[in-house]
Design a binder for this molecule. Structure first.
Ligand SMILES: C[S@@+](CC[C@H](N)C(=O)[O-])C[C@H]1O[C@@H](n2cnc3c(N)ncnc32)[C@H](O)[C@@H]1O
Length: 226
């Protein structure tokens, strides 16, 4: 615990463990090494499908098994995926029978998303738009607006705010025509920095090395009630 929790936060609060008497440094070092080894057996990005990814798209890719889990809750509805990356979530939604409008501003990553959708056999359920979501979303209506903003590599592990996850707040301003808004944010995200009240679901990994690790927070808000 001490090795794992040092420097981390949850929902905007720093986590701390106090052990009395304290552990020797060597024990903590050993635990870190064992943990890093176990982490290699984390949740696989896909199950039996070879993915088309570049370095940037790989960073944001939602593992298939977790994207499918989110997709099941959207079951059959129309989803606008405003920052679709290489398509991890868009594909998860489409696999659950959703119609998806997927927007990506980076043309190369959008092309990877198209390729991945074909590999999963769901290209006919996803309409891709290349460009800035802030320009495309105002013309769209759907049951769910899904926002998975880029976290970058150096997001604050103790406390991340809505303002740091561009274009999350800007897209929320455009959310009114959508029945629900969903987002995927780091575990250190301080939900209090968002307007409105949200249901927060921590999503754990599904591999032996990360089944007790929160991979991200899944936020949901019904637009009409806020
Ligand atoms: C975290 S990734 C999405 C990952 C995706 N959910 C998945 O599982 O593969 C975020 C993506 O949003 C894109 N993006 C950032 N700002 C955008 C904007 N204003 N409009 C459209 N796409 C944007 C980035 O290029 C990046 O590919």
């Amino acid at each position: 615990l001490q090795a794992r929790l040092r420097g981390l936060g949850l929902d905007g609060h720093a986590l701390a463990v106090q052990i009395d008497p304290g552990l020797p440094r060597s024990a903590i070092r050993e635990a870190r090494t064992a943990d890093a080894r176990r982490r290699r057996e984390g949740t696989p990005p896909s199950v039996g499908i070879e993915l088309a990814l570049n370095d940037e798209a790989r960073l944001g890719w939602t593992p298939e098994v977790l994207a499918r889990r989110m997709g099941e809750r959207a079951a059959g509805r129309h989803v606008v995926d405003a920052c679709c990356g290489a398509g991890g979530n868009a594909i998860g939604f489409a696999l659950s029978g959703c119609r998806v409008t997927a927007i990506e501003r980076d043309a190369e990553i959008a092309e990877l998303a198209r390729m991945n959708a074909s590999r999963y056999g769901v290209a006919d359920r996803i309409e891709f738009m290349v460009g800035d979501a802030l320009e495309h979303v105002p013309g769209l209506e759907a049951d769910i607006l899904f926002i998975d903003p880029p976290w970058g590599t150096d997001w604050d592990r103790q406390r991340t705010t809505a303002g740091a996850l561009t274009p999350l707040l800007e897209l929320l301003d455009l959310a009114e025509p959508f029945g629900e808004v969903w987002s995927k944010v780091p575990s250190s995200f301080d939900v209090g920095t968002l307007p409105g009240s949200w249901t927060v679901t921590p999503v754990f990994g599904e591999g032996p090395g990360d089944e007790r690790r929160i991979k991200f927070l899944w936020l949901c808000r019904e637009t009409a009630t806020t």
